[in-house]
Design a protein around this ligand. Sequence first.
Ligand code: ATP
Ligand code: MG
Length: 580
Amino acid sequence: MITRMSELFLRTLRDDPADAEVPSHKLLIRAGYVRPIGPGLYSWLPLGLRVLRKIEKIVRDEMNSIGGQEILFPALLPKAPYEVTNRWTEYGDGVFRLQDRRRNDYLLGPTHEELFTLTVKGEYSSYKDFPVLLYQIQTKYRDEARPRAGILRGREFIMKDSYSFDVDDEGLRAQYDAHRDAYQRIFANLGVRYVIVSAVSGAMGGSASEEFLAESDIGEDTFVRCVQSGYAANVEAVITAVPPSPPIEGQPEAKVYDTPGTPTIATLVEWANSALDREVVAADTLKNVVLKVRVPGGEWELLAVGVPGDREVDEKRLAAALDPAEHALLDDADFAKHPFLTKGYIGPKALLANGVRFLVDPRVVDGTSWITGADEPGKHVVGLVAGRDFVADGTIEAAEVRDGDPSPDGAGPLVSARGIEVGHIFQLGRKYTDAFAADVLGEDGKPIRLTMGSYGIGVSRLVAVIAEQHHDELGLRWPSSVSPFDAHVVMANKDDAARAGAAELASQLDRLGVEVLLDDRKASPGVKFKDAELLGVPWIVVVGRGWADGVVELRNRFTGETQEIAVGNAASDISAALAG
Ligand code: ATP
Ligand code: MG
């Protein structure tokens, strides 16, 4: 079927929408792919929907190829299953809740682990029924704190979510690996430049977890990578390279100094450089940050985190390291309750003597010597050696990661970059099957608890991500795999014979299986070319002045190259060029 621009439901806009922050958002609106309806809510117009459907098909084909079976859950869900897993509460403001006319609670599904687990438990009861892989391509709802950049972070969006069920860990690993491979094929086919980063598991619980991040300066996720080895990880997942342990023997004894007015690292370093006859830097000091932490359902407890003084505690890394416990800074009442905490002068001694759990940065290996608080106002201790003068309760990955830090694999320095999460694969394990006691009978007649994986792809987000990675100052430039059309035929000659010839060429292309957009409008060639560049179909066929000389022009929207094609064989030559 040929789509005629004279009939297509489309108005392109000359100017960028006022509230659009990023290029993909501006272009998708200007080119008439999507329209805003409310914060984080968008409608899909014909062109946008065609791109969305193409992405869906690529995802669906790959899911089917690894044995996935498509099902579809309602988006409107009863509260009960989400109460069993406590997510009704845990999701906080992130979930849309509503009541029916009988005052029963419902939610609009943000993700569907509960329903899939219950469904598999309801249907299957024997180990013989496994492995199982189910998926859906469905609308999800999340009341995002900051809906952003149009369909990039919507409050209603389309996700492919799949869930694997296995009777053993090997089965889970095999399904995880199959997803990993399928995702690589999907993103390659979509023309997305991406990295796979190891991720720490957040609110979902579980173990092995990786994210697929599309490389983009406008991304909200920071990751680090090592150019030499290809190592890449979310900042939360970076494991600190541990330095070798210096020998303890022969190190001078720790000594307490009066250091009046040195509650900050900067003032302490200044004091040390004038009082000690050696050069001291912030990294020689140990900063002890005291927090309170609470495991779900538990009481607040003190926790001290010791990091080299040249580094801040990274909020995200700290939260990931403590998960599922939450944490908070101490307030004045907390300090009053624990007088051994001397603000600005907290040291390992008082922490350990008072039973405060004390976790240190992995760089604080045995034999390292520190300048740190001496637990009295205006006093610090110099030469406090780890493993000799104090023994921490363990290590914690909470210090900030910086450009230039060594990669954990020792291959070179880390550099940071930004990305947009387009996919997430996750070995959940038994978190949800435990919650619902999802057991099946094993070969020996004993019950087996199922183990589970969950795997998401941001299908609607991908439309924006691809637009973000593939555009220029003139407009969109779709990869052929997702373009709303294969060829954009522009009638740029008012002559009746040329118009008829263009229509005939479009029909011939159509018969050859090329999806054609035909610009048959009564507008000037200039307007039509501008729109063709804005819409971003990868091949533009111009039936213009050359018609009289027996040629049409074929333009490649991506490279900008043009070639003249003889009218006689135009349809087959063009379809060959498109396929090439
Ligand atoms: P993000 O960190 O970007 O909020 P997430 O960790 O919440 O993502 P998942 O719960 O793993 O994401 O969801 C699976 C996929 O759904 C994500 O990889 C992402 O591509 C997509 N996605 C998540 N939230 C949104 C949203 N608000 N709008 C569009 N797509 C989204
Ligand atoms: Mg999110």
